[in-house]
Ligand binder design. Sequence first.
Ligand code: 13P
Length: 284
Amino acid sequence: MPFGSFKEALQDGLQNGYAVGQFNINNLEWTQAIVEVANEERSPVILGASEGAIKYMGIEYMSAIVKTAAEMSTVPIILHLDHGGSYEMVLKCIRYGFTSVMIDGSHHPFEKNIELTKRVVDACHSLGIHVEGELGRIGGVEDDLTVDAREASLVRPEEAVRFVRETGIDALAPAIGSAHGHYKGKPDLAFDRLAQVRDLTGVPMVLHGGTGIPDDDIRHAISLGVSKINVNTENQSAFTNTVREIFDRDKEVYDPRKYLGPGRSAIKDAVRAKIRLFGSAGRA
Ligand code: 13P
């Protein structure tokens, strides 16, 4: 089937109390694993393409692989730019068939973030492309923030109101203390801010750094209006741990299918667990 609609998927999640998973892709096996599970679970799914992954795969290969996967799929597949850094990158992705993008202007001052995000939204909406923006700073776990720095990195709900109204974004990733990568301890999420942003804006919200967030916190976030959750590191670890075990066990293995296949199955298991946790199984 053709690519699914990012906006429709998130709106449906918001209305029906579930979240659509964004799982980042790195290669053919990743794409196959995620799309196969989505079909088995009858779930809509978002394939996240970071600028790094686009560079690694080559945008031509990435776009062709995902288009083929979507054509073979009987559930909606969405190809989404993850943390796009520039207007030019967004346009390039649209040229290669992406139907939604994230523009991440969060490292800019607030006014500049609004200006960049609005410029992207204006161009994208004229082409029927949906846009996710980011407010506050979603870091990596290596950032190890002090209390003051953590406070400064969190979304300010009153800014979210202006950001959503002035940019016209379709989804907002508010920084609430989650981070990319494996957490060192238990993540401390600012649910109060999530609730405030929901009450003040009503826009579908995105939770980044989905790896390692306890199941109860995920359910809590969904109950407060999160309708897209991003997961990457967990699938990378599942794949790599499986391949590493095979190499440890069998020093003679040389046929890549003997380890890429089990690696792909490990991604499938990890994605299936998330799709069920997010409540999107059976929604497509
Ligand atoms: P994790 O790698 O922590 O799962 O985060 C993924 C993400 O948020 C991509 O934008």
